[in-house]
Each structure stands twice: as C-alpha cells, then as structure tokens.
Write a protein that binds this ligand. Structure first.
Ligand code: ADP
Ligand code: MG
Length: 280
C-alpha cells in the first residue's frame, strides 16, 4: 500500500460507517510505562483498520501529543482537542479532524491535559467525562482507539471507563512484567466499579529483537503468565517504525513493506478475528 493508494478516496467511506452496528467499539491502549509502543500501536492499528474500510477515530489523551504529531496534526491545528472534550467545551464530533488517511480521524491532544486531573477531580462525573463524550459520538465510527498517557491517572481511568476493551502493548525488555500487575489490578478495579463490561482484548509484544535472547525470554515469560491473552502477532523492533512519526505519517504509509508495518497489519487482522469470535 503506497501513500497514494491509501489516499485514494473511497466512495462514501468518509461519510458513513462501514458497518451497521449501533456504536463504535472503543479500545483503550494503555500501559503506565512510557516508551512501550502505545502511540505507535494506536496509530498503526488505526491505519490498518482504516485501510480495510473501517471508520476509525484516534483520541490522543497524552499531553505529549505524539499520536497527533504522528498523524500529521500541527500544534497550531489542535485548538479543539481532548482536553476541551473532557471539560465538555466541545463534542468529539466537533473536535475530530480527518487525517491524511481516508477513514482515519483524530481528536488531537493539548499540553493542558497534564493539569486536567486536578481540574476534573471535583467535577461531576469526573470518571465518566470521556465515556459521556464517546457515547454521543459512538455512532459515527466503527472503532475508537484511545491513546493513553504513561500513567494510571484520572485521564487513563476515563479511558478505561469509556472502553469496551483494553489493548496492552508490552515492550520485550527485562522490566516488561514489572508494572503489569499494577495495570491489571487497575483494570480489575475499574471493571468492578466503573465499567463492568471492560475486558482485555489482548496484550501485544512490541519492539521484539530476534537477535536478542532476552526478547525471546520475555516473550515466553509473558505468554506463561498471560496465556492466550497475548496476541500471536509480535511487533519487531524496526527502524522504519521509529522514522515514520517525524514525517507525520504512520509507518504503514511511510513504508508498508517493512517488517513493522506487516506486523501491524497482522495485528489488525488478529484483533478483528477476536472481535468476530466475541460477536459469534
Ligand atoms: N517496533 C518498533 N521498532 C522501533 N521503534 C519503535 C517501535 N515501536 C515504537 N518505537 C519507537 O519507540 C518510541 C516509543 O514508542 P511509543 O509508541 O511512542 O511509546 P509510548 O506511546 O508507549 O510512550 C518511539 O520513538 C517509537 O517511534
Ligand atoms: Mg505515547
């Protein structure tokens, strides 16, 4: 898939959802560790889903705005953003921007998100700000992918409360499992209190390095611990993936033939297969 092919307008695709379901499936892409591949997974999974005709929205909840940058939204064009959505100053439909990829939309982030926790905590429905906004907009998209900040703060809890399922990127490094217990506990707590329907869609191993025995060991440990929650697809460490964001395009558009892009296409189909099994 070249950028050109991806940019071909498909008749009607931008006007309506690809499926007839009532509301979008919402996935929180979460891990309180930074640099594990959350944003890369959000952008490239979203692109892969858009490429197969799904209408996809990325919500950038990280004040660093890496998903916004990676999808080519300049800081000057982030006036309507997830911070304003959380405050109820605008709706998702108003704030969503078409990215350069057909079918792929984004609500960019704002640096103000870093102070949002303190501002929101005393507000009514503090944990449900995102859920309320998403339920208004859910009918417009097939999938909403929420790119979470590297923290288990109120913003991430908002994402977990709004989500149908969580997707956890786990970097194939020595400390991969450290912190996972805390994340799983948080997910359980949100499930018990704020969102009974929450589940884990899957755990994706990222930045896997074939030449490094440690990567293989970590992958085995994670599978032993989490069983079939771990996707079969493993995302390899791939330099093309790390180059793509500086061009403001997903790796899948930057170089659709690289190993990383192929892995993200495979992850999308594995994710969709799990979705179908769930619906069956
Ligand atoms: N599979 C990969 N191969 C090489 N670099 C990667 C890969 N996945 C992510 N990166 C790079 O690692 C850094 C952290 O990834 P990112 O997705 O931003 O993590 P997070 O959102 O969890 O902080 C970024 O510079 C990104 O480009
Ligand atoms: Mg990120």
């Amino acid at each position: 898939m070249t950028q050109n092919e991806l940019s071909q307008p498909e008749i009607g695709q931008n006007d309506r959802k690809a499926t007839a379901t009532e509301s979008a499936r919402v996935f929180a892409i979460a891990n309180q560790k930074g640099g594990v591949g959350k944003t890369t997974t959000a952008i490239n999974l979203a692109t892969a889903l858009a490429a197969v005709g799904k209408k996809v929205l990325v919500l950038d909840l990280d004040p660093q705005g890496n998903a916004s940058t990676g999808l080519g939204i300049a800081p000057a064009d982030r006036g309507l953003n997830t911070y304003k959505v959380l405050h109820g100053h605008c709706s998702i439909a108003e704030a969503a921007q078409q990215s350069r990829i057909p079918n792929l939309f984004i609500v960019p982030s704002s640096v103000n998100l870093s102070g949002a926790e303190l501002e929101l905590i005393d507000q009514p429905r503090a944990h449900f700000r995102l859920k309320d906004a998403v339920s208004e907009a859910g009918g417009l998209y097939d999938y909403i992918l929420v790119d979470c900040p590297p923290s288990l703060n109120l913003i991430t809890v908002n994402a977990l409360a709004a989500a149908d399922a969580v997707l956890v990127p786990l970097q194939c490094e020595f400390f991969a499992l450290e912190g996972l217990t805390q994340l799983l506990k948080t997910i359980d707590r949100v499930k018990a209190t704020l969102n009974h329907g929450l589940s884990i869609q899957g755990v994706v191993l990222t930045m896997f390095d074939r030449r490094n025995n440690l990567s293989e060991q970590v992958a085995q440990d994670v599978r032993a611990f989490l069983g079939n929650k771990v996707y079969q697809t493993i995302i390899p460490r791939n330099v093309r993936i790390s180059e793509a964001p500086s061009h403001g395009i997903p790796a899948l558009v930057y170089d659709h033939r690289c190993a990383g892009s192929k892995a993200y296409m495979q992850l999308a189909s594995e994710m969709l297969r799990r979705e179908r099994m769930l619906a069956a």
